[in-house]
Write a protein that binds this ligand. Structure first.
Ligand code: SF4
Length: 258
């Protein structure tokens, strides 16, 4: 069991223990005040024990700027691996910090880990990740040499649902610190969720893609998520256009294709 699950389990046991204790007091009161020995039953109402549970096993607090400012990449990874700042900590198997080279040509940012990533602790290793590798290879980029990959949230949302605004708010400081430390030449946001989170907008991806944005001095491009393109082949053409745009910016000569 990871640290996050341990805290949740401890909170649950404490809550049950307080209820059990209250039942004993209730029984003792009946014995002391009653004429005859009562049947043991369950009290109808309980006091609110949440403040006691919180005191004994506090919910983790979101990472504050002061905790991650000044962190090295390694220290940041350690912070993430023990992070319990949002509910996703209770269902994850592994945190997925991100990986790749520093000073990359491209930092790819997705929304969050899926099942394969949760199982391995590595970003984009499933089917969508393999497809992403093909995209990168099509413009002569190698994950081992030119790329750093990370997500907005570092723990898998159950059933691959979208991360909630609260979860993204709790986690986004990590990826922002990663950008500062990794120092990419460009950023490629893949998918609506990551693009909206990085650009602070609610605009759809069809509107956002097709041009470079300035993220703290780093050119940022938006495109569709590989998982979405696998489901919707009509997105292949716009993705290829985006990849060509990226290659042109990086002065990578690539053959055109139909
Ligand atoms: S998703 Fe992010 S903020 Fe939430 S527990 Fe995981 S690392 Fe912490």
């Amino acid at each position: 069991m990871n640290d996050a699950n341990e805290v949740q389990a401890r909170r649950k046991v404490l809550d049950e223990a307080f209820h059990e204790l209250w039942g004993c007091f209730d029984m003792a009161e009946k014995v002391l005040l009653g004429d005859s020995l009562p049947e043991r039953d369950t009290p109808k109402t309980y006091p609110d024990f949440s403040h006691l549970v919180e005191e004994l096993a506090p919910e983790p607090t979101p990472p504050s700027g002061s905790r991650i400012d000044g962190c090295s990449l390694e220290q940041l990874g350690a912070l993430v691996s023990s992070c319990m700042a949002c509910d996703l900590c209770s269902t994850r198997k592994h945190t997925v910090f991100g990986e790749g080279v520093v000073l990359p040509k491209v930092m790819v940012i997705g929304e969050g880990p899926g099942a394969d990533e949760d199982a391995t602790g590595r970003p984009f290793v499933g089917r969508a990740g393999q497809y992403l590798d093909k995209w990168l290879a099509s413009i002569e980029l190698s994950r081992n040499r030119d790329v750093y990959i990370a997500n907005i949230v570092k723990c898998r949302p159950p059933q691959n649902r979208d991360p909630s605004p609260d979860e993204m708010t709790a986690c986004i400081a990590y990826v922002k610190r990663q950008i500062l430390l990794v120092k990419p030449q460009t950023i490629l946001c893949i998918g609506r969720i990551a693009s909206q989170a990085m650009l602070g907008t609610t605009d759809g991806i069809g509107k956002l893609r097709g041009k470079f944005y300035n993220y703290d001095g780093i050119p940022l491009l938006v495109t569709y998520h590989p998982a979405g393109v696998l489901r919707n082949p009509e997105y292949r053409r716009p993705v290829w256009d985006d990849l060509q745009r990226l290659a042109k910016f990086l002065n990578i000569p690539i053959p055109s294709r139909g």
